[in-house]
Structures are given as C-alpha cells and as structure tokens.
Design a protein around this ligand. Sequence first.
Ligand code: NAP
Length: 308
Amino acid sequence: MPEINLAIVGVGKIVRDQHLPAVAANGDYRLVAAASRHGRVEGIDNFTSIEAMLAAMPSIDAVSLCMPPQYRYEAAVKALAAGKHVFLEKPPGATLSEVADLAAMAEAKGVSLFASWHSRYAPAVEAAREFLAGTPIRSMRVSWKEDVRQWHPNQDWIWQPGGLGVFDPGINALSIVTRILPRPVFATAATLEFPENRDAPIAASIAFTDAAGLDLQAEFDWRQTGRQSWDIVASTEAGEMVLSEGGAKLSVDGRLVHEQPEREYPALYERFAQIIKAGQSDVDLAPLRHVADAFMLGRRKVVEAFHD
Ligand code: NAP
C-alpha cells in the first residue's frame, strides 16, 4: 500500500518527461493531485494554484515543486506551513538564503525537505566517486556544452534574473563534481558571457581549486551545435578517468568500466521516500553556492544578442 499521498506543482516538461513515470513506478507513492496554471495530469484532481489544492486536499502528505526556480520559494513556504514534505526540483531556489530559510522552516515543522540533484543519481557517479577516492588527482576538466535551442526552446524564465542561464544545465555538472571529489573545492576565477539582450549567461568558465591545490576548470556553453558534451575528465595517478554523457558512463584509460541504464528520477523518488520515512531532510547547497560564487567573482563579458 502506498504510504505517501503526493501532489505535483508546475506541470511542464520535466514533470511529463520524468516525474510522472518515476512516481507511477514507485509503490511508496499515490499521486493524488496536481496544481498548475495551465498544465493538467489526467486521472487525478487538478487545481490552478497550490493554495486551492492544499485547502481542498488535507490528505496530501508531500509535494514536488517543479516550476522554474524563481517561483519555488513562495510555493514551498505554503506547503511547509501546511505541514507537507517538500521535494524541490533543481536548482532548489533562486538564492542561497531562501533555501536556507526553507530548511529551517522544514526543521521547525518536523517535515522533510529534499533539495534534489538528479545528475548525482546518474548511473556512473558513485563509481567515479569511488575511483577518485583511491588515487591522487592531478587535474580535472568539466565540459558541459549543449545547444540551448534544442534543449530549452522558448523557456523565457531561464534567461531572466534567477533563471541561471547556462548554469541551469551547468549546475548539474557541479552537483556531480561536488559529489565525486574527495575534498571541497572553491572558485578562484570566472568569466560569464551575457548576451546583450539577456539577464543570464549563455556561457561561463570557472577555475576552481581545493586545499591540496587541485587544478579544476569548468566550461559551460549553450552555443554548442553538433556533438553535445556533458563530460568530466580527471587526470589521476591511476589513469585518465572520463565520466561522460552526464554521468552515465565511466571509462579509465579508454576502457569502459561502468555503464548501467539511466534511472535518475526513480532514484530521486526512492531517496525522497527514504528521508520522509527517516524523518530527515537532504539539502546540500554546494552546487548552488558555486554558481553564486561564479556570479560574485566572475568577470562579465557582453556577447552578441541571443534570439530563440
Ligand atoms: P517549464 O516546462 O518551462 O516549466 C514548468 C512549469 O512551471 C510550467 O509548465 C508552468 O506550468 C510552471 N511555471 C512557469 N512559469 C511559472 C511562474 N511564473 N509561476 C508559477 N509557475 C510557473 O520547465 P521545466 O523544463 O519543466 O523545468 C522546471 C524545473 O525543472 C527547472 O528548475 C529546471 O531546471 C528543472 N529541470 C528541468 C529539466 C528539463 O530537462 N527540462 C531537467 C531537470 C530539471 P503552468 O503554466 O501550468 O503553471
């Protein structure tokens, strides 16, 4: 019998692509309602606002908030105030402080808050973490280059303040890097390229280091046509480690050592159920903090206008 009555808020691309199938396949959840201004989920109760949904359905135990990050805090406060467990899509909010506020609120209410980072659940990420734990790392290169027109067509929010621009996918890379490295890293320099007609960057490069002097360079670019890259390459004393396809495959010195079917969202919902049952929260802000640091430290370069 499902134990968690779940509601989903902000029915758009990621809900249809990932949340609905992952929830349907997980016996811990019963999807009971959705709230969205335009989107609907067939076969359950639909509302046009989270307030109306929470008022009408006190049996809801948990909500997944899948709207763009700039609008997540307000919805999260309403859900937490009503005593619901909350799953935050990535990035967990538009600022670090608002997410810290939510974490404190969840603790005070005795409910679970989950700042989800789906890329951390890519199949080869844990194998990469284990590999890097066992060998000195000389350097690391992150290359997250994709075509924004293909992956984010007409998503205006992504170019608006708080939308993060190229860091919307880039933060996925940072969520992996902060999981697989043995020590915390910090940015030492950054360049952010802003189209002259947009408020968020289309490309960024960040140099990081750590207490041991690691040389880590990350390149994010949304102007990539042709081959797309979501790769992390580490030069180590045990060989060259390549974590490719967004964390799906791991190779060492050209030999594939780990590849399993992708199941990021099923794993995210397993984790959410686990923390609810354990009475815990899971809120790691490191990936968002690195993006904030890049904005603080970064040199700003204005580049040609971007039109969808
Ligand atoms: P989306 O389809 O553009 O937006 C999701 C839904 O949020 C929209 O359908 C809309 O539903 C609602 N929404 C939009 N603007 C809103 C506003 N001003 N106030 C309240 N609700 C609003 O975006 P998405 O691609 O699903 O991404 C949503 C989140 O998931 C983002 O944080 C993104 O980073 C993350 N994510 C996306 C992907 C992906 O591949 N797309 C992958 C992983 C994570 P209504 O108009 O019906 O309210």
